[in-house]
Design a protein around this ligand. Structure first.
Ligand code: URA
Length: 434
């Protein structure tokens, strides 16, 4: 079978067979198919689309291009979540302890941040001693004993996707729903959980900018999950404003700890509860309303916080920062950025807010960049809020006046303050289960 014929078939809108898709993925992973042919096929897929069957076959081929994790020892209790990425997204360290306290098993592999979005592994490294690497036996032991573990991605999960994603990034073929859905799902399915909730972010801080595209992506991923025999549900949630208040690694862990301790509610708590209720309902096979009550009760009773301490201690982390989350706050005073007039926050460019955090040192623009775990910012006024002259819009934490000046400029430009009140944005746009 020639790669030329596979490209030509897709160019004319044909439906690729399993054999054709496997030939492409196997050949490309081994380096037998050159980048120029792989990029021609990706472009043809962008222009002609893929059926559900092709999308599933592509996912399956990429999932099996490398290692897979077998979580069958945990039966129906294995759970995972995935966010398509945003600003201030510290959902995993809240959801994990809640669902673990209720009997679920979360064996999670997470990534590092790149560009304006943060990564869970970087955030967790702000807990002194927390190990983001361990061997498979230790990983399984932690999950078994503590109900959860979160590690950095290791091994060789979906190498075909790694190679293809890098190629798509430079050939204008990222924004294509079958390619995005198969890319994300090949990694999540390889990671092995039976029950999965996907948080598809939508808006100015997300890579999916419209609700319609985000819902279409959510459906595509849920259908792939069904083809794989897994329980998958998706939420489409707002990323037109940062999630919660804190952006930056240690600051985000501080906020997550406060939510788990029952000290903070608001948008972060609501998104976490929406994910918890679905994971708990799917894995314990109980009605979603009951799963919601149990999740809320876990936080209110302190059960989730106990579970968080067990998890962090199990991975070598210093539990005193959970008992005293103020220890995670920057040691020096931040720069308060104040409003220069009266009005209402009408809109926020959330991607720019993520960039401001990056400039302060909280994120990396290139994979090799070093990050400052204590850097970041607090978002004190969000879309829908009233602003009076002198009100503090944000507090910035960085290490040089130059970075603070640049971040302040970016932050001010990212806020649109106008004379008319606007509604607070919708938090959860859709829930997708088929
Ligand atoms: N994230 C992924 O993992 N893959 C894509 O294609 C897009 C975003």
């Amino acid at each position: 079978m020639r790669m030329y014929d596979i490209i030509a078939k897709k160019k004319y809108g044909g439906e690729l067979t399993k054999e054709e898709i496997d030939t492409f993925i196997t050949g490309y992973t081994k380096g037998e198919i050159p980048d120029y042919q792989a990029s021609a096929l990706c472009m043809a897929i962008c222009l002609k689309g893929m059926t559900d069957r092709e999308t599933w076959l592509l996912t399956d081929a990429m999932m099996h291009s490398g290692d897979t994790v077998d979580l069958s020892v945990f039966g129906n209790l294995s759970v995972d979540k995935h966010s398509t990425g945003g600003v201030g997204d510290k959902v995993s360290p809240v959801v994990g302890p809640v669902v673990a306290s209720l009997g679920c098993k979360m064996a999670k592999m997470s990534g590092r941040g790149l560009g304006h979005t943060g990564g869970t592994v970087d955030k967790l490294e702000s807990i002194p001693g927390y190990r983001t690497e361990m061997n498979r036996e230790e990983f399984f032991r932690c999950v078994d004993r503590n109900g959860m573990a979160i590690l950095g991605q290791s091994g060789d999960l979906a190498p075909a996707d790694k190679k293809l994603y890098a190629l798509r990034d430079v050939t204008a073929t990222v924004d294509c729903i079958p390619l995005i859905a198969s890319s994300i799902m090949s990694k999540k399915l390889a990671a092995g959980a039976h029950n999965l909730v996907l948080d598809v972010k939508t808006g100015s801080g997300a890579f999916m900018k419209t609700v319609e595209d985000s819902i279409a992506l959510a459906h595509a991923m849920v259908r792939i999950g069904r083809s794989a025999g897994r329980n998958v549900q998706a939420l489409v949630t707002n990323m037109d404003v940062p999630l919660g208040t804190n952006v930056g690694n240690a600051l985000e862990i501080e906020e997550a700890v406060r939510v788990v301790r029952g000290e903070r509610k608001g948008d972060l708590y609501e998104v976490c509860m929406a994910i918890c209720e679905r994971l708990v309902s799917m894995s314990l096979e109980i009605p979603v309303e009951k799963a919601r009550r149990m999740s809320e009760e876990s936080i209110a009773s302190g059960q989730a916080f106990e579970s968080m301490k067990k998890w962090v201690a199990g991975q070598g982390g210093d539990v005193s920062v959970l008992e005293h989350p103020e220890k995670l706050r920057p040691q020096k005073e931040g720069r308060a950025v104040r409003a220069t007039g009266d009005g209402y926050v009408c809109a926020m460019d959330t991607e720019a807010i993520g960039r401001a955090a990056c400039v302060l040192g909280a994120g990396r623009m290139k994979k090799e960049d070093r990050i400052d775990l204590s850097a970041g910012l607090e978002v004190l006024k969000k879309t829908g809020d009233t602003v009076r002259t002198g009100d503090c819009l944000t507090v910035l934490y960085g290490s040089s006046e130059k970075d603070l000046d640049e971040a302040e400029w970016i932050y001010r430009s990212a806020l649109r303050i106008g004379p008319k009140a606007v509604d607070r944005p919708t938090l959860i746009y859709a829930s997708v289960s088929d």
